[in-house]
Design a protein around this ligand. Structure first.
Ligand SMILES: [Zn+2]
Length: 439
């Protein structure tokens, strides 16, 4: 209840915040950003050239050290949180608490150090691919965003404004493949979320500089397993032998498709399947099955994922899926299990107001307004674990480009300088907004 009242105050304060901003100060911020762009671009290339595939712990840590040094220079208190308890490299947390303005808005900035490109991937180094375009593994997802938030803070430092900021930076080492259990791997994010009033994410989102993310769908994995009676295939469909595990699995999957595929903002996908007489699960992405075409299948399995716009939508879908599973074909059984997964970042009026404030910054700096990304086009991300704890959150403030998660990942470097400017000015405006006073 208290949290709801606070949201009201936050929005009132933010609505009037633009009048608090001093345009001459903002001009100084922008001119500092322009001077910082070359060194920031060099830092970005250095970060990209260190392989930091999620499971290359030494590489993830090395990227962490690179950023830790920069935050140390800015006077942040930095901490490397070891990830051995959840099977990953760990996270970097950097905190700056204002002595002069202890009550100013608490802002959390979210990035990640890891990429999807493993140590033995062919795609390892940054290289220029044309005017203002640099290709590189993880350049937009999301080392670019990591450098954008740092450069914005460096610009504010140079203008002497960092002293009035309460800010916590969390750079995780396992965004692309979360450590388990999630309660441990996401603990640093959740703790910072509980501390913060506002969360800003620097993912590249849909790659469009004129959009940002106010809502992300949750993402959960599921496993469906069926069993049947092994017998000679000539006896299938008889009362004694029944339909076998593969027909049961096919019935269920088609039931999911027929019942749920029209639900707005809900998607689900079977991504891996196996079945036969024997089945072995080697790891999360590998099934090995053995069977004969003249033997009724004894076991079958499919692994998939489901994405939903809200916790309610996911719960409703689960009920329908379990109902479909329970209508077994004769002489078969089946079970469906869900993992914990990523919670949804729900669209809220407060997130919309933060987006409007960001859009106003963009327009005031001479750029285009910013609109919300359709949640259908936004994957799950670390901010999803934080959104429920803060008053306002947006994501997608990072370096734009295309080809994320592929060897064609390319950054549009024009968006680099622009988004550093926008971030720096937004942080300044948020810091001058008396959110805490309103409470
Ligand atoms: Zn990412």
């Amino acid at each position: 209840m208290l949290k709801r009242i606070v949201i009201g105050y936050v929005s009132l304060s933010l609505a009037s915040s633009i009048t608090w901003a001093d345009t001459s100060v903002e001009k100084r911020i922008v001119s500092e950003v322009k001077q910082l762009v070359p060194s920031s671009q060099q830092l970005l290339v250095d970060a990209v050239n260190i392989n930091s595939g999620t499971m290359n712990f030494a590489g993830v840590q090395a990227v962490g050290v690179l950023f830790k040094q920069e935050y140390d220079k800015l006077g942040f208190e930095t901490q490397w949180l070891d990830g051995s308890e959840f099977g990953r490299a760990g996270h970097l947390v950097a905190t700056h608490l204002s002595k002069s303005h202890p009550e100013s808005t608490k802002i959390m900035l979210i990035g990640h150090l890891d990429t999807v490109f493993a140590k033995d991937d062919d795609f390892q180094l940054a290289h220029q691919v044309g005017e203002g375009r640099i290709a590189g593994p993880g350049i937009t997802d999301m080392k670019g965003g990591d450098v954008i938030m740092l450069a914005a803070l460096q610009a504010l430092h140079r203008v002497g404004l960092l002293t009035q900021l309460n800010v916590k930076v969390v750079l995780t080492g396992d965004e692309e493949s979360s450590g388990r259990p999630l309660t441990l791997s996401k603990q640093a994010l959740v703790e910072a979320g509980r501390w913060a009033d506002i969360a800003l994410g620097f993912e590249d989102a849909d790659g469009d500089i004129n959009t940002a993310v106010t809502a992300r769908r949750g993402s959960v994995s599921w496993t469906l397993q069926s069993t049947g009676n092994a017998a000679h295939s000539s006896q299938i469909f008889t009362e004694k032998v029944g339909y076998g595990a593969i027909f049961e699995l096919a019935r269920i999957l088609d039931g999911f498709r027929q019942t749920l595929s029209d639900t707005p903002l809900l998607t689900f996908n079977p991504g891996l399947i196996g079945g036969g007489t024997r089945l072995q699960v080697s790891d999360a992405s590998t099934l090995e099955s053995f069977g004969k075409r003249n033997v009724v299948a004894q076991i079958a399995m499919v692994k998939g994922g489901i994405r939903a716009a809200s916790a309610e939508q996911l719960a409703e879908a689960k009920v329908k899926m379990l109902e479909i599973v329970s209508q077994h074909l004769p002489q078969t059984t089946a079970s469906l299990t869900f993992d914990q997964g990523y919670p949804p970042m729900q669209h809220t009026p407060a997130n919309q107001r933060l987006l409007e404030m960001y859009s106003q910054v963009s327009v005031d700096l001479g750029y285009k307004p910013i609109t919300a990304v359709n949640p259908r086009n936004a994957g799950a991300a670390d901010i999803s674990f934080v959104a429920e704890y803060v008053d306002m959150a947006i994501d997608g403030m990072g370096l734009m480009g295309g080809g994320g998660h592929t060897k064609d990942e390319v950054a549009d470097m024009q968006t680099f300088a622009q988004n550093i400017e926008k971030t720096a000015v937004l942080l300044y405006r948020l810091s001058t907004t008396p959110v805490r006073k309103a409470r």
